[in-house]
Design a protein around this ligand. Structure first.
Ligand code: GDP
Length: 362
């Protein structure tokens, strides 16, 4: 089946990249995520930004709107359907979202406070990203705090930078040069994205302000461009299930549920599900597949939208019996036929054992 699945994968059918946000405390990770999600325009219409379980789906039309000032972006042939932003920034969600030893995160935004440069948790983030071979884009945030900076969010950030006073420009150049040197000390080549000589060797740095919104369109455009040019193979939609448990949660009326990032493949109501549990693999049946209602539908009685079938990449809540002992951070499996249950149990146990041994090694 694997061979057949590979035959069906194509560059014409990419899934959304999963995007994580990492960086030192107080650099503006949460605020950047808020800006990217633009929570206030969250509407339920087709193509709108939708809140999912543990993640937010930003469809390509919303990205095009946010990136309309970005030079060249309108001409780019867009292939990804959008971005799936993991809602909780930081090390923990990055590390918990494992899949077969790698990270579920396809690309990361590493946030650096332009005034502070690399800080202890920036270095920890770099180590995590290097370990998992996860590419990243550096957001040098809080540019609005530079002395005499005149913000203009309604233009490409390249032009925004160019139009600054000499004094602001000098400060900006000094600070970004210092940050470049600090990255070099960590063995990493970074360059301002509009000066990047070779994206295969240099990570791009984009100046941003989550306070004024400067650089947000550029940041999204860069993630899309990088995903398509460098990650297309990894992003080819695959029918082979790849889904990781983000969190185990008891919900009144639903019992214990699992929140899952479904990267590839589809889940269906009443599928036989196998998950890792503290006392061995748990075999159960999917009772419901849920995502939150769009904001404006909050008056509706039911808090969730139910699906008969849902495809990656999305964040989804699964309700089923016997999930109390599920372990977060591991892959789930689905048995399509009764005789696959044993195979799936073995796969899940194997993954659990290797996760435990890698924890012991650390
Ligand atoms: P996190 O700990 O990395 O998630 O940082 P937060 O997003 O919570 O931001 C920390 C503080 O910095 C908050 O007071 C934010 O309002 C502020 N902040 C975040 N981004 C910016 C920015 O671009 N400019 C300015 N001036 N303040 C910012």
């Amino acid at each position: 089946r694997r061979a057949e699945n590979e035959k069906n994968m194509s560059f014409d059918n990419l899934r959304s990249p999963v995007v994580c946000v990492l960086g030192h405390v107080d650099t503006g990770k949460t605020k950047i995520l808020d800006k990217l999600r633009r929570t206030h325009v969250q509407d339920g219409e087709a193509g709108g930004i939708t809140q999912q379980i543990g993640a937010t789906n930003v469809p390509i039309d919303a990205i095009k709107e946010a990136a309309k000032f970005v030079k060249g972006f309108a001409e780019l042939a867009v292939q990804v359907p959008g971005l799936l932003l993991i809602d909780t920034p930081g090390h923990e969600s990055f590390s918990n979202l494992r899949s077969r030893g790698s990270s579920v995160c396809d690309i990361a935004i590493l946030v650096v406070d332009i005034m502070h440069g690399l800080e202890p948790q920036t270095l920890e983030s770099i180590k995590l990203l290097k370990d998992k071979n996860t590419p990243f884009i550096v957001a040098v945030n809080k540019i609005d705090r530079i002395y005499d900076w005149q913000p203009n969010a309604k233009r490409d950030v390249r032009d925004d930078v160019k139009c600054q006073s000499k004094i602001a420009m000098n400060e900006f150049t000094k600070l970004t040069n210092d940050i470049t040197v600090q990255f070099a000390e960590q063995g990493l080549n970074v360059a301002l994205f509009y000066k990047n000589p070779d994206p295969t060797e240099y990570m791009s740095m984009v100046p941003t302000s989550a306070a004024t919104g400067e650089g947000m369109g550029n940041l999204m455009a860069l993630i899309v461009e990088y995903s398509q040019s460098m990650l297309a193979k990894r992003l080819m939609y695959s029918n082979e299930l790849q889904a990781t448990v983000l969190e185990v949660k008891a919900i009144p009326g639903l019992g214990t549920t699992i929140d899952v990032i479904l990267v590839n493949g589809a889940l269906r109501e009443s599928d036989t599900l196998i998950v890792a549990g503290t006392e061995g693999p748990i075999v159960t049946q999917i009772r419901s597949l849920l995502t939150p209602q769009p904001m404006k539908e909050l008056r509706v009685k039911n808090t969730y939208i139910e699906y008969k079938e849902i495809k990656g990449a999305v964040g989804v809540k699964i309700a089923a019996k016997d999930l109390e002992k599920t372990i977060a951070g591991l892959n789930i499996a689905v048995a399509n036929q009764p005789d696959e249950v044993e195979f799936c149990r073995a796969e899940v146990s194997h993954e659990l054992k290797s996760a435990l041994s890698s924890i012991r090694l650390q």
